[in-house]
Design a protein around this ligand. Structure first.
Ligand code: PHE
Length: 343
């Protein structure tokens, strides 16, 4: 891929010894934002790759969400699944973020939560979602996904009604668990799975039918909802899908851009994850930075449905994939303002 990141830092954490990667993709619209991912990588270079892709996606996500920010991401590449000194790692992250001087602010992501943000906050102010700030962003992310799902079923089936529709939720973590609850409450039929079998209790408590990840991914449902790690849609998995649409909060669901064409070719509607998953950053940034009221923030999050509806409509009208329509719009929005002509 072409190198188009503004700034990438890879440092050996002074306390933990782990590779800390902070990728700042763009600050064209404003300071970069993006969460801190703590995950095991066989090779730290895979963590670097992830940070590069995820930070670029954050630029599109912020632009499409109407936020005056660019995209960034932190990845701590853990060498193994063993135990480690969490505070040491988080302080290492904080030092790297602080050294960037505000060009980038971090937040929660896969493997981190509000309490971790409080620890990072002991050493830098450039952090969102502390319990003393806007806190857990997962209810807001889930609310945004619900708005997106209504837009998807409206586009696909001609009605935004979720009652009676079927959903397969892949991943019952923080956001996935809220989704299962909201979907069953809306009268939908929900199948759920997670690689972590201990999530079964919460899924069933919220009224979902539990199954294994493969059955869930290939279930005959109206909408497949990826709510865990990325890369779930590939040239191998797409031919086995039996859903009418795919829409969920997992970041980077496509393994490669061309996979959007495979989905399109199969007549499966794919809602771009950069639009669907924006509820968390909208909630954090609108409430912490712009001091908007809860109802203003909620209105912005509901707006995700309108943005997605517009993208799906534009895709249909111009005969391109929703992915292409979203990236066209994101590119347009993230374009730095044209320089004034010299007088
Ligand atoms: N994990 C969030 C995302 O991918 C990142 C984030 C959330 C950053 C909230 C800041 C505040 O969108």
């Amino acid at each position: 891929m072409p190198f188009n990141h503004q700034h990438v830092v890879v440092e050996r954490g002074t306390r933990s010894g782990f590779p800390i990667v902070v990728a700042v993709h763009s600050t064209a619209l404003g300071p970069a934002i993006g969460g801190c991912r703590l995950a095991v990588y066989g090779d730290w270079r895979d963590g670097l790759d992830d940070a590069l892709r995820l930070s670029a996606a954050m630029t599109s996500k912020a632009a499409l969400a109407g936020l005056p920010h660019g995209g960034g991401k932190t990845v701590v590449a853990l060498p193994s699944a063993g135990t480690f000194d969490r505070r040491a790692v988080l302080h290492d992250v904080a030092d790297v973020v602080e050294a960037l001087g505000g060009v980038y602010s971090t937040g929660p992501d896969v493997g981190t939560g509000p309490d971790d943000m409080a620890v990072i906050g002991e050493r830098t102010g450039h952090v969102f979602c502390r319990p003393s700030g806007s806190g857990d962003s997962s209810p807001a992310t889930a609310a945004g996904v619900m708005a997106a799902l209504r837009a998807v079923v409206q586009n696909r089936f001609g009605s935004a009604e979720l009652a009676g529709r079927s959903f397969a939720v892949l991943g019952v973590g923080r956001v996935g668990a809220h989704l299962v609850r909201l979907l069953t409450a809306a009268g939908a039929r929900v199948l759920a799975s997670d690689v972590d079998g201990s999530r079964r209790t919460v899924a069933e408590a919220h009224g979902a039918t539990w199954t294994d990840p493969l059955t869930c991914r290939t279930a005959e449902v109206d909408v497949l909802v990826p709510a865990a790690l990325g890369g779930v849609l590939t040239a191998t998995t797409v031919p086995a899908l039996r859903c009418a649409a795919v829409a969920g909060p997992a970041n980077n669901q496509l393994d490669a851009p061309a996979t959007a064409d495979l989905l399109h070719g199969r007549g499966i509607l794919w809602a771009p994850d950069v639009v669907v998953s924006a509820g968390g950053i909208i909630h954090a940034i609108a409430s912490e930075l712009h001091h908007e009221s809860p109802s203003q923030v909620a209105a912005r999050i509901t707006g995700i449905g309108d943005t997605l509806a517009g993208i799906l409509e534009a895709a249909r009208e111009t005969g391109v994939t929703p992915a292409a329509a979203a990236s066209r719009l994101a590119g347009f929005l993230a374009e730095p303002p044209a320089a004034l002509a010299p007088v």
